[in-house]
Design a protein around this ligand. Structure first.
Ligand SMILES: NC(=O)c1ccc[n+]([C@@H]2O[C@H](COP(=O)([O-])OP(=O)(O)OC[C@H]3O[C@@H](n4cnc5c(N)ncnc54)[C@H](OP(=O)(O)O)[C@@H]3O)[C@@H](O)[C@H]2O)c1
Length: 284
């Protein structure tokens, strides 16, 4: 007999990771937007009928909502679709949840990044479309976990994977020295998310690495962890990178999160621990 039934929406970096780290005694169902494989459920979160049908058949105790439009550049030019997916669909899921607790995965980028080491009491001020829509989505959640994570994606190269590929090929990589975050490896975040769900807590929590790190220093740490030449990591600024890549969405600088409130429920890992776990997963 399972003590809880959970629906995880989305099967991107975090959705997949949540499916890898299911604690014992919990039944977890995963929904995908398109082409469900065996054991998966099809839910396009923009389709209220599909949401309603799936929720009434699964009858979850909790929903961990990871599905979202996460490409900042795409959101910047597809504002209406971003609003529908990241905010309106969350309202719909909450309305149709049948009393299931809605756990929403939010982002550190709901802050403007002028100060950093933000607590849950600090004023939000999102500076791009993605972050604005993510903040709107928080309103409909029972529990919102603001975070910043890294891992593996099927459809794109994530930051550490891209860094590793370039450095292994002996190519230099640019990393912003003025971008500061508290990144956590997705599987460690997933383990913590289940602890949050089981704790029954509600409200807003910040969770990520125990200490802030600049993207430049993070890239150097990745190089060292994988015994690569860390001198291949070149210092850059967010403005340089935005200019070189022609980015439209503004990036906040220091969005590091203070995880003190959350640490009663789960211990925030060091960057070192996240990278060790990430490396051990790459070997598998
Ligand atoms: N990555 C980060 O560092 C970070 C930081 C803070 C917060 N977050 C939040 O954490 C959550 C998970 O992020 P992630 O990096 O795992 O995202 P991801 O890899 O981009 O995956 C997003 C998932 O959402 C699904 N999705 C998009 N539109 C959908 C729709 N209309 N109906 C159903 N599913 C839909 C995508 O399905 P398709 O692939 O089929 O489109 C994909 O499976 C997101 O809510 C994100 O905002 C991420």
């Amino acid at each position: 007999m399972y003590k809880m039934r959970i629906l995880v929406t989305g099967n991107g970096i975090l959705g997949k990771s949540l499916m890898r780290t299911v604690p014992k005694g919990i039944a977890v169902f995963n929904s995908v937007r398109l082409a469900p494989k065996r054991g998966e459920i099809k839910i396009d979160i923009l389709n209220a009928k599909e949401v309603s049908k799936a929720l009434s058949s699964i009858r979850p105790d909790a929903i961990i909502h990871t599905a979202a439009l996460t490409d900042l550049e795409y959101c910047e030019v597809h504002k209406a679709q971003a609003q529908l997916t990241n905010a309106f669909a969350v309202k719909n899921i909450s309305r149709l949840s049948g009393g299931a607790r809605l756990v929403y995965i939010s982002t550190d980028s709901i802050f403007d990044g002028k100060r950093g080491w933000y607590s849950e009491k600090d004023k939000t001020n999102p500076i791009n479309v993605y972050s604005k829509t993510k903040l709107l989505g928080e309103r409909h959640a029972d529990l919102a976990i603001r975070t910043n994570f890294f891992g593996f994606a099927e459809k794109r190269l994530t930051f550490p994977v891209r860094m590793l590929m370039s450095m292994k090929a002996g190519k230099c990589v640019s990393a912003a020295e003025d971008q500061i975050t508290t990144p956590i490896y997705a599987d460690l975040l997933s383990e913590a998310i289940y602890k949050f769900v089981l704790s029954g807590k509600e409200g807003v929590y910040h969770f990520g690495a125990s200490k802030p790190v600049s993207t430049f220093s993070f890239a150097k740490k990745i190089a060292r962890k994988f015994s690569l030449d860390s001198s291949l990591v070149e210092r850059a600024s967010l403005d340089d990178i935005a200019k070189t890549l022609g980015l439209k969405a503004k990036r906040p600088k220091n969005t590091s999160l203070n995880p003190r409130k959350a640490s009663i429920i789960a211990k925030p890992p060091s960057i070192r621990r996240s990278l060790e776990t990430f490396k051990s997963m790459l070997k598998k």
